[in-house]
Ligand binder design. Structure first.
Ligand code: SF4
Ligand code: SF4
Length: 193
């Protein structure tokens, strides 16, 4: 039996997803294989199948407000299982991007904060410096002593470097970040109209 034809949603969120991920949620026929294999689905408000359905129905606000777009690990299990060859991980990524560009409050504030801290540290040092990441994340999340004992043990065992990494070409990395930031501002202006 042929799968039902689902009209392509014309909501701004769906248009953004199609433009930025190259994936069309209207092609999803709701088999559920993505959610069945998703390791993060138990922690999501909406599994990937539901996210695709919500996009088909034009429920953009609901999708941008759900925690799924932050909890998604980008592991691509869903994308590799989809019989319609939809790259659902890319859809999730584009939804997260739209939420950021629109200034939509992140449903998982600490995940958004961790992403910010990680990028700040990589921009400053040219690569990850875990000790600083842990300290900054703790301070900014309001839990200055969280996991402090583990951090100390890891440093003592030589698993975490005490000093920042010496990376050649940090200036180039910073330029890349500046270019990415300029592109983000430009796309953000387009999204907000
Ligand atoms: S990429 Fe995201 S949505 Fe897809 S299976 Fe992995 S965690 Fe789940
Ligand atoms: S696996 Fe593909 S077709 Fe099946 S529900 Fe997920 S996105 Fe839709």
């Amino acid at each position: 039996m042929p799968s039902p034809v689902i009209p392509e949603s014309r909501s701004p969120v769906s248009r953004f997803v199609i433009e930025h991920s190259g994936q069309n949620p209207a092609r999803c026929y709701q088999c559920g294989k993505c959610t069945a294999g998703c390791p993060a689905a138990p922690d999501m408000d909406m599994g990937p199948r539901q996210v695709m359905r919500a996009l088909q129905l034009g429920m953009g606000r609901e999708v941008l407000s759900c925690n799924s777009i932050w909890v998604c690990l980008q592991c691509q299990t869903c994308s590799s299982r989809c019989p319609k060859e939809i790259d659902i991980a890319k859809v999730m990524e584009s939804l997260r991007l739209m939420a950021i560009l629109e200034g939509h409050p992140a449903a998982e504030k600490n995940i958004a904060l961790f992403n910010e801290v990680f990028l700040d540290v990589v921009k400053r040092h040219g690569r990850a410096y875990e000790l600083e990441m842990g300290a900054l994340y703790n301070l900014r999340s309001g839990h200055p002593t969280a996991n402090a004992r583990i951090l100390v043990e890891l440093v003592a065992k030589g698993r975490l470097a005490l000093l920042p990494p010496a990376v050649r070409g940090v200036a180039k990395v910073r330029r890349l970040f500046d270019e990415a930031e300029a592109a983000r501002r430009r796309v953000g202006r387009e999204v907000r109209g």
